[in-house]
Design a protein around this ligand. Structure first.
Ligand code: NDP
Ligand code: HEM
Length: 493
């Protein structure tokens, strides 16, 4: 008698044989009545769920946020009070590659955190860059199409990328970061994270402050050059998973110093730039970063699919004391993510263990696919609508965000008018030393690859406006590495 548990069908019946199908005679054919075979094949056909439409390839782990600073005068959020410790899950990702893409590719990295606070889940779905390529959400799907595969060649298209960027000068800041050393980190622990958008804090007195979140790596910045990355990818496509998973298994827990920049609500009218524009940072000299704590990753997932693939982050998840802002991109993201999760994971995705809040949950949503939590979440079967006389869960006015004054005529405003797309990329360019500038130029020339010359020149004219040295440097790098466009690709486009 073995002490192994008995294998069963998913309906719980013991399985007599998991090696030999039921056949008519030893040479077959198999019989339809072999339910065990049918169940196995049917399950296999359903093992994949849709990959994320962007940020498909990812690596993640569990950890903790410890608050050491005191920002209680800005926010009432319990997870941000002095001494608070909050469990979290963090998923890093690349943007453009599919689920099987190589890790060490030049791309923006996602830096998405779910804080399981006692007041509900708070998700900060950021990147390793403080800005983004576009500032109006109407442009996001087109931008992503340029990063994904060409519909006919099924290849990534340098033409599409640089055509779009050269026609969208607001992308210059992010393009400069992406093409700089920081565009290709060695592993997730060697890069910063940024909430990127402007969010808001509000306190018990009903005062609002605008806020930006920064996560500064304590491991130091480490990057690959393009040449180093090619070698890494030649030997392993999974370098990030190996580095992150391996470090945590060895007890080498990566840490980030958490900082916030705070802007009083009324200052938003005074800054020379729009503080809700996602293509801009708030200069540190104007709004100095305040250190508030440490984020540590200290536990690997037990099951990659259940925890890292099925985790669902959404900028719509905020908690009392933290709010959104007028940032147009953030407003669109508040809609987009939960919509993606309902499609990618199913209606009741928030009840999956990795997404379920670690505080009591009471709502009146009802049936639907995957309702595996037993019907309703009100605590009383008679209280299945609201208002009711059966002690069903009720609203709590004390968590109402303070009112936000907004005004203006509804219209489609040209977001490029009066917007300076050059000063901040220039400030960044001026931070680079000679070696960084040289690598920036050659990385851009390599990425422009087989794009047509007129598109390359249009982009160089934008670089000229950032800094004459920038445009000239890219032109020289292009001349040095001139490549012919493969004829088959030019013909297909
Ligand atoms: P500061 O000199 O006060 O800050 C410079 C910031 O740039 C630091 O956060 C630093 O990050 C970061 N940085 C340094 N080298 C690089 C690099 N090679 N690639 C990307 N980021 C780098 O200046 P300002 O606040 O006035 O900002 C100047 C420019 O720095 C901005 O236009 C922006 O491009 C960039 N930047 C600014 C940030 C901000 O929130 N103000 C945040 C990140 C970048 P670290 O501390 O990790 O070294
Ligand atoms: C993933 C939409 C801008 C960071 C996603 C997903 C969608 C999406 C649909 C897949 C979600 C899923 O299936 O779970 C959008 C839209 C944007 C936008 C519509 C702009 C209007 C941004 C910006 C950032 C960002 C500005 C960072 C500052 C991320 C990250 C992920 C992601 C990190 C992966 C999250 C994870 O690890 O599961 N985005 N996005 N996105 N996005 Fe965005």
């Amino acid at each position: 008698m073995s002490d192994k548990p008995t294998m069963t069908t998913s309906a719980g019946a013991p399985v007599p044989d998991n090696q030999n199908s039921i056949t008519a005679g030893p040479r077959g054919p198999v019989l339809m009545q072999d339910y065990q075979l049918i169940e196995k094949l049917a399950h296999q056909n359903r093992e994949r769920i849709p990959e994320r439409v962007v940020h498909a390839k990812g690596w993640g782990a569990h950890g903790t946020l410890k608050i050491t600073g005191d920002i209680s005068k800005y926010t009432r959020a319990k997870a941000l009070q002095p001494g608070a410790e909050t469990p979290l899950i963090l998923r890093f990702s690349t943007v453009a590659g599919e689920l099987g893409a190589a890790d060490a590719e030049r791309d923006v990295r996602g830096f998405a955190i779910k804080f399981y606070t006692e007041e509900g889940n708070w998700d900060l779905v950021g990147n390793n860059t403080p800005v983004f390529f576009v500032r109006d959400p109407l442009k996001f799907p087109d931008f992503i199409h340029t990063q994904k595969r060409h519909p006919k060649t099924n290849l990534r298209s340098a033409t599409a990328m640089w055509d779009f960027w050269s026609l969208s000068p607001e992308s210059l800041h992010q393009v400069t970061i992406l093409m700089s050393d920081r565009g290709l980190p060695v592993a997730p622990m060697f890069m910063n994270g940024y909430g990127s958008h402007t969010y808001s804090f509000w306190n018990d007195n009903g005062e609002r402050f605008w806020v930006k979140f920064h996560f500064k790596t304590q491991q130091g910045h480490k990057h690959y050059t393009n040449e180093e990355a090619e070698k890494v990818i030649g030997s392993t496509r999974e370098s990030y998973q190996e580095e992150l998973f391996g470090a945590i298994e060895k007890g080498e827990f990566p840490r980030w110093t958490v900082q916030v920049q705070i802007m009083p609500e009324a200052d938003a009218e005074k800054t020379s730039y729009n503080p809700f524009d996602l293509t801009k940072v708030w200069p540190h000299a104007e709004y100095p970063p305040i250190e508030i704590g440490v984020l540590e990753l200290n536990r690997n997932a037990e099951n990659y699919f259940a925890e890292i693939e099925q985790v669902a982050f959404s900028p719509s998840n905020i908690v009392p004391g933290i709010g959104h802002s007028p940032d147009k991109m953030l407003q669109a993201r508040v809609f987009s993510y939960a919509d993606a999760h309902r499609y990618r994971l199913g209606t009741h995705y928030e009840a999956l263990p990795v997404n379920a809040p670690k505080c009591p949950v009471h709502h009146y949503h009802r049936d639907g696919q995957m309702n595996f939590y037993g019907g309703i979440k009100t605590g009383n079967p008679e209280a299945y609508y609201e208002p009711n006389s059966f002690n069903g869960p009720a609203e709590d006015k004390s968590v109402q965000e303070p009112p936000l004054k907004i005004s203006g005529d509804a219209d489609r405003y040209n977001h490029r008018e009066g917007n300076d797309d050059f000063s901040q990329p220039r400030a960044l360019f001026n931070l680079f030393d000679e070696g960084q500038k040289k690598r920036l130029f050659s990385n851009i020339a390599a990425a422009m690859g087989d794009a047509p010359d007129e598109i390359k020149e249009r982009q160089c004219k934008l670089f000229d406006q950032v800094h004459p040295e920038y445009g000239a440097g890219v032109r020289a790098a292009l001349a040095a590495g001139k490549t012919e466009r493969p004829a088959a690709i030019s013909a297909a486009e």
